[in-house]
Design a binder for this molecule. Structure first.
Ligand code: IMP
Length: 196
């Protein structure tokens, strides 16, 4: 349940290999309107999203269908975790350019974080993921969405973007690091315990 095509693609890539047919949740061809409450944590927002989604499923008589929701944000260390749960609003108002203007010159540490909820038709599964990295000094790359062009993830032993931002790499490279992919993998693991 999202209006964000980038999130949808990442969900498809994570769930399709396990036989799930992932589709955007639409009612009468439209992304359903939900109220995103101003909460302190991503977990609280994700809980609010899944309960509104379940209510919508009930209203259209499809409460046995599965439903996936996710809330995510960019947390900048020198800004006390800002924009965090306000990431979508801040991106809309000041964009990546605005973030670069208010950034500390030296401490560039930041992380993307995600909290996901999956309704399997009978119960809700939870997943969380973090992607640590740094904010660079300029905007680079056309791929991805949101804050991708200013974020370089920390290297893992097996994977590196070689200093490229998420905006400069292909989605399959981003998924090696992605907070969302980690949150969705968490859910797949929890589902495995139910299915197997
Ligand atoms: P929400 O989860 O729909 O509330 O949106 C969170 C905000 O964080 C959006 O503005 C996104 O653009 C941004 N965001 C979340 N995940 C990512 C990501 O993987 N890359 C870049 N920006 C992201």
């Amino acid at each position: 349940m999202t209006g964000n095509q980038g999130k949808l693609l990442e969900a498809k890539n994570a769930f399709s290999p396990f036989g799930f047919n992932v589709e955007q949740f639409l009612i009468d061809g439209k992304v359903p309107e939900i109220i995103e409450p101003q909460c302190e944590t991503l977990d609280d927002v994700a809980d609010a999203k899944i309960s509104q989604g379940l209510q919508l499923l009930k209203e259209i008589g499809k409460e046995k269908d599965a439903l996936l929701v996710e809330d995510s944000g960019l947390f900048i260390e020198s800004l006390g975790g800002f924009p965090g749960v306000y990431s979508a609003y801040v991106l809309d108002k000041i964009g990546c350019e605005g973030i670069l203007k208010i950034m500390d010159d030296v401490n560039r540490k930041a992380s993307f974080q995600a909290s996901a909820r999956f309704w399997d038709g009978t119960k809700v599964h939870k997943g969380n993921g973090i992607c640590p990295g740094n904010i660079i000094h300029s905007i680079r790359g056309e791929n991805g969405f949101g804050y991708d062009p200013i974020f370089v993830p920390l290297d893992y032993l097996e994977f590196s973007t070689d200093g490229l931002t998420f905006g400069e790499v292909k989605i399959d490279m981003k998924e090696n690091f992605s907070h969302r992919k980690k949150a969705l993998d968490d859910i797949l693991l929890s589902l495995k315990n139910v299915i197997m």
